[in-house]
Design a binder for this molecule. Structure first.
Ligand SMILES: [Zn+2]
Length: 302
């Protein structure tokens, strides 16, 4: 911050950064921050992977449908190093809409030497004027992969420390790992700047334990619309509207009636409609409050 004129980036001098990433940084720095006032009746998809191959044939149409549906921002969590250039390209193509995050997903740890991948990520993150608005998505996944539990916890630890050091929100992926997530986060409790427990689908007890982390929100997506989901009653019982944000996790977890098909940000209103029913307010109130929640978490970087 500090108010001084932005320094020119040192990204060009960082080894192991792809050319496309360097081009993105160069363009991003020369561009003025867009000043578009937020209005209500619009939403933020806080977790969407529209940069992945699933959207290669029709990404522009997907983005157009998202904006027509009311998308104000699409926040793009990283998963691995290979897809980072595509993520940054997407943000570069829609600079008023898309925002990048950086992080190594727990199921995407390289077989060998994941720590050097993390080092390259941190080089990007520590570059002046880098575009990243959050650390994510990171965490622990013991559904797909139990063999590397210790590596996952180690990688999560390192990336939690980035969130504290660079004052960024932490976007957390947790699957079959509630206890491990809480135990790993606890020592950092006072040092963190909030975050999102993405794709929450747990019990009331788990929700309460997660919400005890100050400044953390629950990311609510398509699961809430599924027929047998217990999430509606958990939300009604113990999750204030001030503690949730909207997300798709596209291309995964499409809401009813698109369940099983490719998800996209334009489906957020289906999640909003279900939440309006659960919280017994209008869809407009759901959109306004979740937008305000996201604005508070991400601040001026949003
Ligand atoms: Zn995700």
């Amino acid at each position: 911050m500090g108010g001084s004129t932005p320094r020119t980036t040192e990204i060009a001098n960082i080894p192991d950064v792809s050319h496309r990433t360097k081009v993105f940084f160069a363009k991003n720095i020369s561009r003025k921050k867009p000043h578009r006032p937020f209005s209500t009746l619009m939403f933020i998809d806080t977790h969407t992977h529209i940069y992945t191959d699933e959207f290669n044939d029709d990404r522009s149409e997907v983005v157009k449908r998202a904006m027509d549906a009311g998308a104000q921002r699409l926040l793009l969590p990283a998963i691995d190093e290979a897809s980072l250039p595509a993520l940054l390209d997407t943000c570069n193509q829609w600079p008023n809409l898309c925002r990048p995050m950086i992080g190594l997903h727990p199921t995407e740890l390289p077989e060998e030497d994941f720590e050097s991948t993390l080092k390259r990520f941190e080089n990007l993150l520590s570059a002046p004027n880098n575009p990243f608005i959050a650390i994510g998505e990171v965490g622990i996944d013991l559904y797909w992969d139990t063999a590397r539990r210790d590596d996952q916890i180690r990688a999560f630890n390192i990336q939690i420390q980035w969130a504290a050091k660079y004052h960024l929100p932490l976007i957390i992926h947790s699957r079959n790992a509630h206890r491990e997530i809480v135990d790993t986060l606890l020592p950092y409790r006072e040092k963190l700047h909030g975050g999102i427990f993405h794709c929450f689908g747990g019990t009331a007890e788990e929700a309460q334990e997660l919400l005890a982390f100050q400044g953390f929100l629950l990311g609510i997506g398509g699961i809430v619309t599924f027929k047998k989901s217990t999430l509606p009653s958990v939300l009604a019982q113990c999750v204030p509207l001030e503690r949730i944000v909207l997300e798709t996790d596209a291309p995964y977890l499409a809401p009813t009636p698109h369940r099983g098909k490719r998800n996209e940000p334009a489906y957020i209103p289906l999640i909003v409609a279900k939440l309006a029913e659960i919280y017994q307010v209008t869809p407009e109130i759901i959109e306004a409050q979740t937008t305000a929640n996201a604005q508070q978490l991400f601040g001026s970087k949003l």
